[in-house]
Write a protein that binds this ligand. Structure first.
Ligand code: SF4
Length: 343
């Protein structure tokens, strides 16, 4: 683990100091995971959201103008079949925060498990819910959950998301308590964010007890209150990613598409900075155009691109580490086993 002052110093690293930081991060990734990158397949199930984040084109205030969609459970299952054919064993179901697609999610989880004969990690990224809802999804077969804290500064969180950080963190604790493998995440370079606040983000990822954490540079998206704000710095995001790897080497850390959106070659540099997860997009063409994560002009990651990038980085793709752990310990994924010590 790093001290606050070490994290802060790493965040501003440039030139040889940055290269040294990245090399240390790669070495720790190698020690904990070998030369591998975990592949996920994502299906974006709806673009409707009840939340009103200032940086997101799918925010509540845009609902009326956006071309809304909700995928049916049959459509989700069909896309899950495409992920299976691609040889990927992590299905990420991601969408805006709305109860309106919950029935489809509840219906499809057991069907996906059946499709994969149980050997699948079902990872959800569907926002805040009541503990009982998380428990129900867990009982249906969901294994992991991404709920990013975005920023650990309570005031900035409230300003950017119009939601309470405490509520978000309570959801993270509920998920952990229910036996989910949990991912959090931060946005760097948010307007109004300080360097110390990013140090707090990294420390929070360490203390929450989560298994995964992402770092995304802020992207000023069209049709949002922050559309004219300056784009986030990829260098800062990459330094934060590498510092996170040094601080908590056992975390799964994705190289996110926002890095590529902000700067060409960004995802490759994410791997060079110690990331070990990549997500391939399996949303159907029409819905993908309507999933306005950074506006219409988004960078869509396909499998060939990921395979080429991983190979060029001297790494190999692999499947879910949680499923391997389950097989090694004969313990269902998320049922209390420890990723680090397999006990
Ligand atoms: S970032 Fe997520 S929670 Fe916020 S408005 Fe967009 S879809 Fe909703």
């Amino acid at each position: 683990m790093l001290t606050r002052s070490e994290i802060r110093t790493y965040l501003t690293a440039t030139g040889p100091a940055q290269e040294e930081l990245f090399a240390k991060a790669r070495q720790l990734r190698e020690e904990h995971f070998g030369p591998t990158v975990i592949l996920r397949g994502v299906i974006e199930v709806t673009n409707v959201c009840r939340v009103n984040c200032d940086y997101c084109p799918m925010r509540r205030d845009n609902t009326r103008d956006n071309d809304r969609y909700f995928m049916s459970s049959n459509d989700i299952l069909e896309r899950a079949g495409a992920i299976q054919k691609a040889g990927i064993d992590i299905i990420l179901l991601q969408g805006g925060e709305t109860p309106r697609n919950l029935a489809a999610i509840e219906d499809v989880i057991p069907r996906i498990r059946e499709l994969f004969d149980g050997r699948v990690e079902i990872l959800l990224n569907l926002g805040n819910m009541r503990r009982g809802q998380y428990e129900h999804l867990r009982n249906l077969g969901a294994t992991s959950y991404i709920l990013k804290h975005e920023t650990s500064d309570p005031r900035l969180h409230e300003t950017m998301r119009h939601e309470s950080l405490d509520d978000r963190l309570q959801c993270v604790r509920d998920l952990l308590d229910l036996g989910y493998r949990v991912g959090t995440g931060l946005i760097s370079s948010l307007p109004g964010q300080t360097l110390d606040s990013i140090v707090d983000d990294i420390e929070l990822a360490g203390t929450l007890g989560v298994h995964m954490c992402s770092v995304s540079p802020f992207v000023p998206a069209p049709n949002t209150p922050l559309q004219i704000a300056p784009a986030g710095s990829n260098e800062l995001a990459l330094n934060a990613l590498a510092a996170l790897r040094l601080h908590r080497p056992e975390l799964l850390i994705p190289s996110v598409s926002a890095l590529e959106k902000t700067s060409s070659g960004g995802q490759s540099r994410g791997l060079a900075a110690g990331a070990n997860v990549m997500t391939v997009n399996f949303t159907g063409e029409t819905d993908r155009q309507r999933y306005l994560i950074y506006g219409k002009d988004r960078f869509v990651v396909n499998k060939q691109y990921v395979e080429d990038l991983v190979r060029a980085s001297g790494l190999q793709t692999r499947g879910s580490v949680f499923l391997d752990l389950e097989a090694a310990t004969n313990t269902p994924v998320g049922a209390g086993s420890c990723l680090r010590c397999t006990s």
